[in-house]
Design a protein around this ligand. Structure first.
Ligand code: 4AD
Ligand code: MG
Length: 432
């Protein structure tokens, strides 16, 4: 049996007989010649079955192949500039694993509603395949950068007794007769973990019962959250710009073919390197007033159209810092000179993509936090452990959370986060 290889390694096997295992993405019958667009999970290749080169059994097997039939091919690959992908396989034998039934997704255009209902099959298309490979590389880059820069991974719980980012988006569940909530963020646990380990990160699914139907919101999304002791707002922005630049440059290096498949113009990503521009919330409000939002008031939250205008004003991601204290979560440290604003910053991605990171410096002050918990009407008992952290060796500290799906959407330049994860969870959408 010839050596089993993957399409992604095909260049090392030109001129030698090999075996490929996978599926028929498309089949064109030209009489004595059959063109098979074949995929194996690592890539796509054009396979040709020429009547005069194969046995009658192989030729009749080729004729039967429907879209998505699973097969094992043997044949010889060679470089061919005319073939999509640059290589072509001259098929010698075909072993049919299954002849697929009529496949619902044909190469013609389909509406997105239909494709989302068939997400379990849509994943097989070249574009979705490429996006998922970029996503995997983004996640690997995230882990590599943090692991190489002194952060220890500490997993945080998903079942939790209390809110982090406010009570309005909590998914409630029942925990042996008492209410519990799916984690909105691992941050509060990270704050305990840094007092043991210095620099940590958690990385897992987080949940928001968002009632908003936007192109940026999922109800279940993946967030990486680095947190460290003895860090301030400035430190956070310095770390985050290094981190995001590394992620982007890793994708450009390792996923060039996939970026081409999704037709992403990478020119705008090539210049993503520190330093990133930084403007205060107050200056961002002035910018909005000049750029089409004359009635925007200081203290209002940015919606998607506002974020888009701000981010389109810069050619790199931009930090907006010192948000109004009342706009942000209870744990944010206040500015010592102006307590109306806090030591928070969001990173808005370039090209109009809006917020991909939220973070800042946490209050180290026991009395202030106790007052904030009361002010935000949070149940004090569920936060006693968190307040303990301010009793036993409290230190200034900071951290941030980067949403994986919004990062994928920006780097791949996608219209909607629904294509950034294999099985998105959105308002009124849990199938498949
Ligand atoms: O700004 P957020 O809510 O910040 C936090 O949760 C902090 N506790 C993080 C921290 O400081 N450790 O969320 C952080 C990021 C957002 O910038 C966004 O990228 C993503 O998480 N995110 C969402 N992504 C998809 N759908 C949603 N509903 C999201 N909500 C937040
Ligand atoms: Mg935020």
């Amino acid at each position: 049996m010839p050596e089993m290889v993957s399409i992604q390694d095909i260049a090392a096997h030109l001129g030698k007989e090999i075996t490929l295992r996978g599926w028929i993405a498309d089949h064109t019958d030209k009489g004595r010649l059959h063109f098979l667009r074949f995929r194996d999970g690592t890539g796509f290749i054009q396979a040709v079955v020429f009547e005069k080169d194969v046995s009658p059994e192989t030729f009749s097997a080729a004729k039967k192949l429907t879209q998505e039939s699973s097969v094992i091919l043997t044949g010889t690959p060679r470089a061919d500039a005319r073939a999509p992908g640059g290589f072509e396989l001259s098929v010698k034998t075909i072993e049919i694993v299954q002849i697929a039934q009529d496949y619902p997704i044909s190469p013609k255009e389909h509406g997105v509603e239909f494709l989302m209902e068939h997400r379990h099959l849509w994943l097989r298309s070249p574009r979705q395949h490429a996006i998922l490979r970029v996503r995997a590389t983004i996640i690997k880059a995230i882990r590599d950068w943090l692991d190489q820069n002194g952060f220890t991974l500490v997993d945080t719980p998903i079942l939790t007794p209390a809110a982090v980012e406010g009570t309005t988006t909590l998914f409630e569940t029942e925990y042996f007769g008492a209410p519990a909530y799916l984690a909105q963020s691992g941050q509060l646990y990270n704050e305990a973990d840094i007092m043991a380990l210095g620099k940590v990160y958690c990385f897992g699914p987080t949940f928001r019962a968002e009632k908003s139907k936007t192109r940026r919101h999922l109800t279940e999304f993946w967030m990486v959250e680095p947190e460290w002791a003895f860090g301030n707002l400035e430190d956070y922005m310095n770390v985050a710009e290094q981190f995001v630049s590394y992620i982007v440059q890793t994708v450009l290096r390792d996923r060039a073919a996939e970026m081409k498949t999704i037709e992403r113009d990478v020119a705008k990503l090539e210049n993503i390197a520190p330093p990133f521009p930084r403007i205060s919330y107050t200056d961002a409000v002035d910018l909005l007033k000049q750029k089409g939002f004359p009635d925007f008031n200081w203290g209002d939250d940015f919606g998607a159209p506002h974020e888009t205008v701000i981010s389109e004003s810069f050619d790199k991601p931009v930090f907006v810092h010192h948000y109004p204290t009342d706009m942000k979560a209870f744990y944010m440290e206040r500015d010592a000179h102006n307590p109306k604003v806090c030591l928070s910053a969001d990173l808005l991605a370039a090209e109009g993509y809006g917020e991909i990171i939220g973070g800042g410096q946490r209050s180290a002050d026991l009395n202030y936090l106790a007052a904030q918990i009361a002010k935000h009407k949070l149940p004090r008992a569920a936060y006693e452990w968190y307040l303990d952290l301010r009793k036993y060796g409290t230190v200034p500290h900071c951290g941030f959370g980067l949403g994986v799906e919004r990062t994928v959407a920006w780097i791949c330049k996608l219209d909607h986060v629904r294509e950034t994860i294999a099985f998105p969870r959105m308002l009124e959408k849990i199938y498949p």
